[in-house]
Design a protein around this ligand. Structure first.
Ligand SMILES: Nc1ncnc2c1ncn2[C@@H]1O[C@H](COP(=O)(O)OP(=O)(O)OP(=O)(O)O)[C@@H](O)[C@H]1O
Ligand SMILES: [Mg+2]
Length: 370
């Protein structure tokens, strides 16, 4: 039997932890891949704090970034091995692992984006070939370096008849437009969970609002929603991408102080969920008005209040998690980096210039042999 096993490892802007999957790209005729196993490792509290501190400038950044990079590499290696154990396979049977790294700054406007990682150490620790550093080649070619997942979303979910949109709601939310024919497009719509996670941590403790239950107790504050929607990012035309560089706690605090200084915490949480739903829905209305199905993945797909708000915003669309089309919501992004590793080793481009704005298609990533 032909096998083509790859691992994919993603740790995103939510700073929640590491998602790893192992998939076989030759197992299932007519399907892109079959997921064989997966693992999630939550970031230890200290690592999470160190990563949060590196989101803005401070003393001794180089040494702190180096220390965090090796701590991340050890977790990435552990996650690959845990996903292999879940799949009951040996890591030596993997062709390669695509390891995204941890974005701490994203400034394609200045020509750079930083994903902390130590891929050489991942290769040593897990005994696998690692493909890493996927974004910088696209940025060097004048692109945003993001989002990189649309090509994979297209491979997984594009339909010959139905006009679909895929929305990944991580810390930042990104949208992929999949018309039955014509160009695939995609961009970051704005904050996904990043602001609601921060607000929840500040007022309730704990990393996130389980199921969106707390947000469901509140009522969106119109003045605050309007103040947030006035950020010029939302009206900017694609290609565009963003991160915690732009949407952070002071961004929220400034708008709260101006527009809703006395707002009740659950109402603010409800407003943040409304902001995510509205900005995704506006992006669909503006850039994919013919879409009839919105497939949601990422941790935000577990927020029922958000899914309800999105369905309410888009009455012409069926809004459903990607699991209804066969891929678990928490696997899609990690699978994308397994797929991108495979594209890199085959010498095929991984970016879509129509999405990132790069000068042309580019093979993404650097290879660290086992
Ligand atoms: N059960 C849940 N209920 C509500 N929200 C959830 C739940 N599980 C996860 N989430 C949300 O999803 C977030 C994690 O999502 P995910 O890992 O997809 O994002 P990410 O790490 O930013 O990744 P990426 O950058 O690849 O999109 C959590 O921080 C939380 O906000
Ligand atoms: Mg995550």
């Amino acid at each position: 039997m032909t096998r083509e096993r790859y691992a994919g490892v993603m740790s995103g802007t939510s700073l929640d932890g590491v998602d790893a999957v192992v998939a076989d790209f030759a197992a299932a005729p007519g399907r892109v891949c079959e997921t064989l196993g997966s693992a999630h490792i939550a970031f230890p509290r200290e690592l999470r704090a160190s990563l949060a501190a590196l989101q803005s400038s401070g003393p001794d950044e180089l040494a702190r970034a180096a220390a965090v990079s090796i701590a991340l590499a050890d977790l990435y290696a552990e996650a690959i091995l845990a996903a292999c154990a879940d799949a009951r396979i040996d890591a030596s049977t993997l062709v390669a692992s695509g390891v995204h790294g941890q974005t701490v700054r994203h400034r394609p406007d200045l020509g750079w984006t930083i994903q902390l990682n130590d891929p050489a150490r991942v290769a040593e620790r897990a005994g696998v070939t690692v493909v890493a550093d996927f974004r910088r080649r696209d940025v060097a070619a004048g692109g945003q370096g993001a989002p990189l997942v649309p090509a994979f979303h297209a491979a997984l979910f594009r339909d010959a008849l139905a006009h679909r949109v895929v929305v990944n709601v991580g810390g930042i939310a990104n949208l992929t437009d999949l018309p039955p024919s014509g160009a695939v497009r995609g961009f970051d719509t704005g904050p996904g969970n990043v602001l609601s996670d921060l607000w929840h941590a500040e007022h309730r403790g704990g990393p996130y609002d389980e199921g969106g239950a707390w947000a469901a107790c509140g009522k969106p504050v119109a003045a605050l929603l309007d103040a947030m929607l006035a950020d010029p990012y939302f009206a900017m035309p694609p290609p565009k991408s963003t991160g915690r560089d732009r949407f952070h706690s002071s961004w929220l605090d400034e708008r709260l102080a101006c527009a809703a200084p006395g707002a009740a915490p659950p109402d603010v949480q409800a407003t943040l969920v409304a902001l995510t739903a509205r900005t995704i829905a506006d992006a669909v209305r503006r850039h994919a008005p013919a879409a009839r199905e919105v497939l949601v993945c990422g941790g935000g797909a577990r927020n029922e209040t958000l899914l309800r708000a999105l369905a309410g915003e888009l009455p012409a669309c069926r809004v459903a998690p990607t699991s209804e089309r066969g891929v678990a919501v928490e696997h899609v992004e990690a699978l994308a980096f397994a797929w991108l590793a495979r594209e890199a080793l085959a010498g095929r481009p991984g970016n879509l210039p129509a999405v990132t704005g790069a000068a042309g298609p580019r093979v993404l990533g650097a290879v660290y042999r086992r």
